[in-house]
Design a protein around this ligand. Structure first.
Ligand code: MG
Length: 249
C-alpha cells in the first residue's frame, strides 16, 4: 500500500477542489426536475466545473464518456448520463469529481425528485447518516475498520444493506489512491489512520440485498434484486482533532 500523507499546502488546494465539487452538487440539486434527461445534468456539471476553474475527473477515466455520474433508483453508481428522463418520485444519485491545480475532490449526493416515498426518504437519510458515522471515526490513531464498521452498523441498524463490491478510497493527485475503504468491516482492524490522510468515504446503501448486477454499458451498476439504492460521499482529511470535510461550500 502506498498511503500519501498530504502536507498543509496540498490540503489547501484539495479544500478548493472540494469546494468546487460541493458547489456543483448544490447547483445540480437545485436544477433537477421531472422531465429532464440525465444528459441535461451532465451539461450543467461540465459547464459549472469549467466556470469554477476545474475539470471533471471522471471524463475520460478508463474511457468514461461524461463529466458526471447519474444513477437513478435501482442504479447504484456509475450511471452514464443519457436519454433517460427523470420522473417525479425518482431518487437520483449524483457523483461529481473535480481536478483543480492537480488535485482532486470527489463527492456524491442522492436527491429526491418532487414527492418521493417515505421509504426513499428514509433510505436517503440512513445513507447520509452512515456517511456521517463513518466520517466521525476518521481520526488520527483510529483504524480503517472503525470507519467501515460504523458505516455498516448505521445502515444495517436501519434495516438496509451496504454494497460490498464498491468502496471508498484514498484521494489526492489521483482520484483513486490507497487505501480502499470498504463500507463493511470490523472495528479495531486494518490500517492505522494518520493526520494528513485524505479519504473519499462513500456508502452505497440498498433497501434490499447488498448484491449488485452490472449493466450492459460496462459502467452502470444495478442492485441485483431491483431495490432502490442511495449514495452519499465526501472527501475528508484526517486532522489532529475532528475530521475536516473538504467537499463543502
Ligand atoms: Mg469516490
Amino acid at each position: 500500500m502506498n498511503i500519501k500523507i498530504k502536507p498543509e499546502h496540498e490540503i489547501a488546494i484539495m479544500r478548493q477542489a472540494g469546494r468546487i465539487v460541493a458547489e456543483v452538487l448544490l447547483i445540480l440539486k437545485d436544477s433537477i426536475e421531472p422531465g429532464m434527461k440525465t444528459m441535461d445534468l451532465d451539461v450543467i456539471a461540465d459547464k459549472e466545473l469549467k466556470r469554477l476553474g476545474a475539470r471533471s475527473s471522471f471524463k475520460g477515466y478508463h474511457g468514461f464518456p461524461a463529466s458526471l455520474c447519474v444513477s437513478v433508483n435501482d442504479e447504484i453508481v456509475h450511471g452514464i448520463p443519457g436519454e433517460k428522463v427523470i420522473k417525479e418520485g425518482d431518487i437520483v444519485s449524483l457523483d461529481v469529481g473535480s481536478i483543480y491545480e492537480g488535485f482532486q475532490g470527489d463527492a456524491a449526493i442522492t436527491v429526491g425528485v418532487g414527492e418521493i416515498s417515505l421509504k426513499s426518504r428514509d433510505l436517503m437519510q440512513a445513507t447520509e447518516g452512515a456517511l456521517a458515522a463513518g466520517i466521525s471515526c476518521a481520526r488520527d490513531g483510529a483504524r480503517l475498520g472503525d470507519i467501515s464498521a460504523a458505516i455498516q452498523g448505521f445502515a444495517e441498524s436501519r434495516g438496509y444493506s451496504v454494497v460490498r463490491e464498491y468502496t471508498g478510497h484514498g484521494i489526492g493527485r489521483q482520484m483513486h489512491e490507497d487505501p480502499l475503504i470498504p463500507n463493511f468491516g470490523t472495528p479495531g482492524t486494518g490500517l492505522d489512520l494518520k493526520k494528513g490522510m485524505t479519504l473519499a468515504i462513500e456508502p452505497m446503501v440498498n433497501v434490499g440485498d447488498w448484491r449488485t448486477r452490472p449493466g450492459k454499458d460496462g459502467w452502470v451498476v444495478f442492485t441485483a434484486d431491483g431495490s432502490i439504492s442511495a449514495h452519499f460521499e465526501h472527501t475528508i482529511v484526517i486532522t489532529g482533532g475532528k475530521p475536516e470535510v473538504l467537499t463543502i461550500v
